[in-house]
Design a protein around this ligand. Structure first.
Ligand code: SF4
Length: 217
Protein backbone atom coordinates (compact mmCIF):
# COMPACT_ATOMS: atom_id res chain seq x y z
CA UNK A 1 0.00 0.00 0.00
CA UNK A 2 2.85 2.47 0.78
CA UNK A 3 3.97 2.65 -2.85
CA UNK A 4 0.45 3.50 -4.07
CA UNK A 5 -0.24 7.22 -4.37
CA UNK A 6 -3.71 8.10 -3.15
CA UNK A 7 -5.79 9.77 -5.90
CA UNK A 8 -8.62 12.28 -5.45
CA UNK A 9 -12.09 11.34 -6.74
CA UNK A 10 -14.90 13.61 -7.90
CA UNK A 11 -18.16 12.75 -6.13
CA UNK A 12 -21.82 13.78 -6.16
CA UNK A 13 -23.52 14.01 -2.74
CA UNK A 14 -26.94 12.33 -2.47
CA UNK A 15 -29.31 12.75 0.49
CA UNK A 16 -30.76 9.51 1.89
CA UNK A 17 -34.16 8.90 3.49
CA UNK A 18 -32.59 7.95 6.83
CA UNK A 19 -30.97 11.38 7.18
CA UNK A 20 -27.49 10.26 6.13
CA UNK A 21 -25.76 11.10 2.85
CA UNK A 22 -23.98 9.05 0.28
CA UNK A 23 -21.33 10.07 -2.20
CA UNK A 24 -21.60 8.84 -5.76
CA UNK A 25 -18.14 8.24 -7.16
CA UNK A 26 -18.06 9.66 -10.70
CA UNK A 27 -16.18 6.79 -12.35
CA UNK A 28 -15.43 6.33 -16.03
CA UNK A 29 -16.49 2.89 -17.31
CA UNK A 30 -16.75 1.70 -13.71
CA UNK A 31 -12.99 1.81 -13.25
CA UNK A 32 -11.30 2.36 -9.89
CA UNK A 33 -7.50 2.69 -9.96
CA UNK A 34 -5.38 1.47 -7.01
CA UNK A 35 -4.86 5.14 -6.05
CA UNK A 36 -8.62 5.75 -6.01
CA UNK A 37 -9.22 2.61 -3.95
CA UNK A 38 -6.57 3.77 -1.50
CA UNK A 39 -8.29 7.15 -1.14
CA UNK A 40 -11.65 5.45 -0.54
CA UNK A 41 -10.14 3.15 2.08
CA UNK A 42 -8.43 6.07 3.85
CA UNK A 43 -11.72 7.97 4.02
CA UNK A 44 -13.72 4.92 5.15
CA UNK A 45 -11.26 4.17 7.94
CA UNK A 46 -11.01 7.82 9.06
CA UNK A 47 -14.81 8.32 9.29
CA UNK A 48 -15.82 4.77 10.24
CA UNK A 49 -17.86 4.23 7.05
CA UNK A 50 -18.86 0.65 6.41
CA UNK A 51 -20.36 0.36 2.92
CA UNK A 52 -19.28 1.03 -0.64
CA UNK A 53 -21.96 -0.26 -3.02
CA UNK A 54 -22.01 -0.71 -6.80
CA UNK A 55 -24.76 1.15 -8.67
CA UNK A 56 -26.62 -0.14 -11.72
CA UNK A 57 -24.86 2.55 -13.76
CA UNK A 58 -21.34 1.18 -13.19
CA UNK A 59 -20.55 3.66 -10.43
CA UNK A 60 -20.03 3.29 -6.68
CA UNK A 61 -21.83 4.86 -3.72
CA UNK A 62 -20.04 5.51 -0.46
CA UNK A 63 -22.88 5.18 2.02
CA UNK A 64 -23.78 6.15 5.58
CA UNK A 65 -22.14 9.56 5.92
CA UNK A 66 -23.61 11.67 8.72
CA UNK A 67 -24.80 15.04 7.36
CA UNK A 68 -22.61 17.02 9.73
CA UNK A 69 -19.50 15.25 8.42
CA UNK A 70 -20.35 15.48 4.71
CA UNK A 71 -18.25 18.55 4.00
CA UNK A 72 -15.20 17.07 5.67
CA UNK A 73 -15.59 13.73 3.86
CA UNK A 74 -15.95 15.47 0.49
CA UNK A 75 -12.82 17.55 1.15
CA UNK A 76 -10.87 14.43 2.03
CA UNK A 77 -12.03 12.34 -0.92
CA UNK A 78 -11.38 15.00 -3.58
CA UNK A 79 -14.13 17.37 -4.64
CA UNK A 80 -17.82 17.44 -5.44
CA UNK A 81 -20.20 18.28 -8.26
CA UNK A 82 -23.96 18.96 -8.04
CA UNK A 83 -24.70 16.65 -10.95
CA UNK A 84 -22.69 13.62 -11.99
CA UNK A 85 -21.53 13.86 -15.60
CA UNK A 86 -23.13 11.36 -17.99
CA UNK A 87 -21.51 7.96 -18.28
CA UNK A 88 -21.78 5.05 -20.69
CA UNK A 89 -22.39 1.47 -19.60
CA UNK A 90 -19.57 -0.56 -21.15
CA UNK A 91 -19.06 -4.32 -21.11
CA UNK A 92 -15.55 -5.85 -21.32
CA UNK A 93 -15.95 -6.47 -25.06
CA UNK A 94 -13.89 -8.59 -27.43
CA UNK A 95 -10.59 -7.58 -25.85
CA UNK A 96 -11.41 -9.53 -22.70
CA UNK A 97 -14.60 -11.52 -23.17
CA UNK A 98 -14.59 -14.81 -25.08
CA UNK A 99 -18.03 -14.05 -26.56
CA UNK A 100 -17.12 -10.56 -27.74
CA UNK A 101 -17.34 -9.65 -31.41
CA UNK A 102 -16.13 -6.05 -31.12
CA UNK A 103 -13.85 -4.15 -28.71
CA UNK A 104 -15.78 -1.71 -26.54
CA UNK A 105 -13.58 0.42 -24.28
CA UNK A 106 -12.21 2.95 -26.74
CA UNK A 107 -15.44 3.32 -28.69
CA UNK A 108 -17.27 3.62 -25.35
CA UNK A 109 -15.25 6.78 -24.63
CA UNK A 110 -16.02 8.12 -28.09
CA UNK A 111 -19.71 7.31 -27.69
CA UNK A 112 -19.80 9.22 -24.42
CA UNK A 113 -18.03 12.17 -26.08
CA UNK A 114 -20.62 12.12 -28.89
CA UNK A 115 -23.46 12.16 -26.36
CA UNK A 116 -21.91 15.13 -24.58
CA UNK A 117 -21.12 17.03 -27.79
CA UNK A 118 -24.60 16.76 -29.27
CA UNK A 119 -26.46 18.13 -26.24
CA UNK A 120 -28.17 19.79 -24.51
CA UNK A 121 -31.16 17.46 -24.73
CA UNK A 122 -34.76 17.68 -23.50
CA UNK A 123 -33.93 15.11 -20.80
CA UNK A 124 -31.22 12.67 -19.80
CA UNK A 125 -29.57 10.43 -22.38
CA UNK A 126 -28.25 7.09 -21.21
CA UNK A 127 -25.96 5.10 -23.46
CA UNK A 128 -24.46 1.65 -23.50
CA UNK A 129 -22.07 -0.41 -25.57
CA UNK A 130 -21.85 -4.20 -25.71
CA UNK A 131 -19.32 -6.35 -27.51
CA UNK A 132 -21.94 -8.87 -28.65
CA UNK A 133 -25.66 -9.54 -28.74
CA UNK A 134 -25.78 -10.66 -25.09
CA UNK A 135 -26.09 -6.95 -24.35
CA UNK A 136 -24.22 -6.87 -21.03
CA UNK A 137 -23.56 -3.14 -21.59
CA UNK A 138 -27.35 -2.59 -21.40
CA UNK A 139 -27.29 -1.41 -25.03
CA UNK A 140 -30.79 -2.65 -25.87
CA UNK A 141 -32.50 -0.67 -23.14
CA UNK A 142 -30.53 2.56 -23.30
CA UNK A 143 -31.48 5.72 -25.18
CA UNK A 144 -28.46 5.04 -27.37
CA UNK A 145 -26.99 1.55 -27.65
CA UNK A 146 -24.23 -0.02 -29.70
CA UNK A 147 -24.14 -3.81 -30.07
CA UNK A 148 -21.15 -5.58 -31.61
CA UNK A 149 -21.69 -8.19 -34.31
CA UNK A 150 -19.32 -10.17 -36.54
CA UNK A 151 -19.57 -7.52 -39.27
CA UNK A 152 -19.60 -4.38 -37.15
CA UNK A 153 -21.96 -2.38 -34.96
CA UNK A 154 -25.72 -2.34 -34.64
CA UNK A 155 -27.01 1.06 -33.57
CA UNK A 156 -30.12 1.18 -31.39
CA UNK A 157 -32.02 4.27 -30.34
CA UNK A 158 -34.89 4.89 -27.94
CA UNK A 159 -34.55 1.88 -25.65
CA UNK A 160 -35.98 2.08 -22.15
CA UNK A 161 -35.82 0.15 -18.87
CA UNK A 162 -38.77 2.05 -17.36
CA UNK A 163 -42.47 1.12 -17.12
CA UNK A 164 -42.90 0.80 -20.89
CA UNK A 165 -39.60 -1.00 -21.19
CA UNK A 166 -38.31 -2.24 -24.50
CA UNK A 167 -35.34 -2.33 -26.84
CA UNK A 168 -34.39 0.66 -28.93
CA UNK A 169 -35.13 0.85 -32.66
CA UNK A 170 -32.49 -0.76 -34.83
CA UNK A 171 -31.23 2.12 -36.97
CA UNK A 172 -28.25 0.47 -38.65
CA UNK A 173 -26.30 -2.81 -38.81
CA UNK A 174 -22.78 -3.94 -39.64
CA UNK A 175 -21.38 -0.40 -39.27
CA UNK A 176 -17.78 0.57 -38.61
CA UNK A 177 -16.89 2.87 -35.70
CA UNK A 178 -17.20 6.09 -37.69
CA UNK A 179 -20.48 5.12 -39.35
CA UNK A 180 -21.96 4.08 -36.00
CA UNK A 181 -20.99 7.36 -34.32
CA UNK A 182 -22.28 9.37 -37.25
CA UNK A 183 -25.66 7.66 -37.01
CA UNK A 184 -25.74 8.20 -33.25
CA UNK A 185 -25.06 11.90 -33.81
CA UNK A 186 -27.97 12.19 -36.26
CA UNK A 187 -30.39 10.38 -33.96
CA UNK A 188 -29.35 12.59 -31.05
CA UNK A 189 -29.79 15.72 -33.17
CA UNK A 190 -33.33 14.55 -33.94
CA UNK A 191 -33.99 14.14 -30.20
CA UNK A 192 -32.49 17.54 -29.42
CA UNK A 193 -34.73 19.22 -32.01
CA UNK A 194 -37.96 17.25 -31.51
CA UNK A 195 -38.10 15.99 -27.93
CA UNK A 196 -40.27 17.81 -25.39
CA UNK A 197 -38.86 18.95 -22.06
CA UNK A 198 -38.32 15.96 -19.72
CA UNK A 199 -39.37 13.53 -22.45
CA UNK A 200 -37.04 10.54 -22.86
CA UNK A 201 -36.17 9.22 -26.31
CA UNK A 202 -38.54 6.25 -25.99
CA UNK A 203 -41.51 8.49 -25.14
CA UNK A 204 -40.66 10.83 -28.01
CA UNK A 205 -40.66 7.90 -30.45
CA UNK A 206 -44.02 6.71 -29.14
CA UNK A 207 -45.41 10.21 -29.67
CA UNK A 208 -43.90 10.96 -33.10
CA UNK A 209 -43.63 7.46 -34.52
CA UNK A 210 -40.68 5.53 -35.82
CA UNK A 211 -41.25 6.81 -39.37
CA UNK A 212 -40.54 10.42 -38.41
CA UNK A 213 -37.12 9.46 -37.08
CA UNK A 214 -36.25 7.21 -40.01
CA UNK A 215 -37.20 9.92 -42.51
CA UNK A 216 -35.04 12.47 -40.69
CA UNK A 217 -32.04 10.13 -40.81
S1 SF4 B 1 -22.07 -8.34 -24.17
FE1 SF4 B 1 -20.93 -10.03 -25.04
S2 SF4 B 1 -18.82 -9.27 -25.12
FE2 SF4 B 1 -19.91 -8.03 -23.66
S3 SF4 B 1 -19.54 -9.03 -21.66
FE3 SF4 B 1 -21.51 -9.71 -22.48
S4 SF4 B 1 -21.01 -11.63 -23.46
FE4 SF4 B 1 -19.08 -10.50 -23.26
Amino acid sequence: MENIISEPIVVMPVERKDGTCSLRLCLNQGELTPGMMKRVMEVMVKYGLSALRATTGQRMNLEGIPKDRLEAVVADIGGSVDKAPPSTAVCPGATLCKFGKQATRELGDRLLAAVKENGPYPFKVKSGISGCGMGCGLSFIRDVGLVGGAKGWDVRFGGSARDKAGPGLLLGSGLDDEQALQLVGKALAFYRENGKKRERTSAMLRRLGEKALREAL
